[in-house]
Design a protein around this ligand. Structure first.
Ligand SMILES: Nc1nc2c(ncn2[C@@H]2O[C@H](COP(=O)(O)OP(=O)(O)O)[C@@H](O)[C@H]2O)c(=O)[nH]1
Ligand SMILES: [Mg+2]
Length: 490
């Protein structure tokens, strides 16, 4: 087990969860596990003794490595070209050894707020996978950031750097969410084009497969379907390629009532999970599209599905939330496939979810799925033969990879900056008159430069692998109906 650690907050202010940081690259957790500090006061202080490894030229980001190997990154506000050095005054240089509590940087929060509106500062441990729970402390405030709850035993060292990938699924009860998951799991656990999904624990694996066997039992007609459930359920999976894990992920299944009932204990978590999700799925019950009256179908979807969701998103946007890419899973296509074509599906969803379609920078993928073309035949005794069941999950993985690649690139850029700076100060030291030359400093910098270079080589390799994986998903994405930047793409 990795050791739990405690870190003093390098800034004074209000400690808040990292996901509330306005800068998405940090809020997503992709750079590391940590916290944010709202309304910080004037200075950044060393939370521990160690080496200064990164100092962005403007001065709004600092990296430190503690003597016992904790790597921390502190980032003030949001990256912006308008931000200038005037708002920041550095007190130390890359390559310097600092003492706990030493002032590293002075800055002016009001001046920063004028430029980027928000001085909230992210403090993250970048080598977080090497540590257990991390407690951040400031006077009487403290926030514990738990080690990720994934079983990481099957993952390679590189993949353990990966933060939790989440998918949230919203939909009314009986819209087909559980059936979708069962069919997806039974299909994907056997593998598809080299990809497979495995439950992170054996009990879940058994449970899902048993429930699917039941679903597959044609002799028990309606009894074959899963029990009605109103619970929030979180499922943990790994996505593998050629039996090698490429991504752990969490599938969070919310029944519709959660969005209606503010007193529900799960209500406050919905927004947070949506914000943290790589893709948000909305399950629309295909039964609502049966018949030949388009206006009627729109009314059905509004009344039985989108009304709750639209109202909920209204509040979500009001609170400043941004939506991840949205996948609309249209279930039970077997029931309406002869009544409703793609054109009509587009029209119905566009009308029923219009506030969503008008949202800024929105990406929506519509995926019609079914357990089988004939599943509803003869009192639900048809064969299970799922259609398009893999597409939502592939869409989600594609966007999760995208997010992770962006974060790794950001990390590489800041590492490169760090290498340049360290190299500069190393040379500077080497050029100094030999009596004053600090050989220790030169050694320290050389070691850190070579470590950082190694890390970048690894990141480069990871990015390359992820790009390759991502490219494999393109042909699947082609099979999805996309609505991007205000129009349908064919
Ligand atoms: N015709 C048809 N019915 C389905 C399909 N998937 C689910 N159903 C029906 O929808 C009901 C509700 O599904 P379930 O997955 O439990 O919904 P949940 O409450 O959203 O999890 C099931 O009991 C089935 O009767 C499908 O692909 N085709
Ligand atoms: Mg269910």
């Amino acid at each position: 087990m990795a050791k739990n650690i405690r870190i003093f907050s390098p800034l004074d202010g209000k400690l808040i969860p990292l996901k509330e940081c306005p800068y998405p690259i940090f809020a997503s957790g992709a750079i590391g596990r940590g916290i944010a500090i709202k309304n910080p006061t004037y200075g950044v202080f060393a939370p521990f003794g160690g080496l200064v490894t990164i100092f962005f030229p403007i001065g709004h980001a600092i990296g430190l490595k503690s003597n016992d190997g904790i790597e921390i990154f502190i980032h003030i506000g949001i990256d912006d070209d308008e931000l200038s050095c005037e708002e920041f005054k550095s007190e130390v240089k890359v390559g310097e050894v600092v003492k706990p509590g030493q002032l590293l940087l002075k800055f002016s929060p009001p001046a920063i707020k004028k430029v980027v509106y928000d001085s909230t500062t992210a403090v993250v441990v970048t080598n977080h996978a090497e540590h257990g729970d991390i407690t951040f402390e400031l006077g009487s405030q403290s926030i514990i950031v738990k080690a990720a709850d994934f079983a990481r035993k099957n993952l390679s060292k590189e993949n353990t750097r990966m933060e939790e990938t989440k998918f949230t699924i919203l939909g009314e009860s009986m819209s087909g969410k559980t059936c979708y998951l069962l069919a997806m799991y039974s299909e994907m656990s056997q593998g598809m084009d080299g990809y497979s999904i495995v439950a992170q624990n054996d009990r879940l694996d058994t449970e899902l497969l048993e429930a699917f066997e039941n679903l597959d039992d044609e002799s028990i007609s309606k009894e074959r379907f899963p029990q009605r459930s109103e619970q929030v359920i979180e499922y943990l999976f790994n996505l593998n390629y050629a039996h090698k894990p490429i991504m752990p992920f969490k599938w969070i299944d919310y029944p519709g009532r959660i969005m209606r009932d503010k007193n529900d204990e799960d209500y406050p978590k919905v927004a947070q999970n949506i914000r943290e999700s790589s893709t948000l799925f909305i399950c629309v019950d295909g039964e609502l599209l049966v018949g030949d009256d388009t206006a009627r179908k729109i009314k059905n979807v509004k009344r039985k599905c989108s009304m709750t969701i639209n109202r909920y998103f209204g509040k979500y946007f009001e609170a400043g939330g941004k939506l991840p890419p949205v996948g609309i899973i249209l279930t039970k296509t077997d029931l309406f496939q002869h009544d409703t074509n793609d054109e009509e599906i587009r029209k119905i969803l566009y009308e029923a979810f219009s506030p969503l379609f008008f949202a800024e920078n929105i990406k929506i993928g519509v995926i019609p799925v079914t357990l089988g073309e004939n599943i509803a035949d003869d009192n639900y005794s048809g064969e299970v033969d799922p259609v398009n069941i893999h597409l939502p999950i592939f869409m989600g993985i594609f966007f999760a990879l995208n997010e992770q690649i962006a974060a790794y690139k950001y990390k590489m850029d800041s590492n490169n900056r760090s290498i340049n700076d360290m190299d500069y100060w190393k040379r500077d030291e080497e050029d100094s008159f030999f009596i004053w030359r600090d050989d220790d400093k030169i050694r320290r910098l050389s070691a850190q430069i070579s470590n950082t270079q190694k890390e970048n080589e690894r990141l480069q390799q990871l990015i390359q692998n992820m790009e390759q994986n991502k490219n494999k998903f393109y042909e699947y994405l082609d099979q999805i109906m996309w609505f991007i930047d205000g129009s349908w793409r064919s």
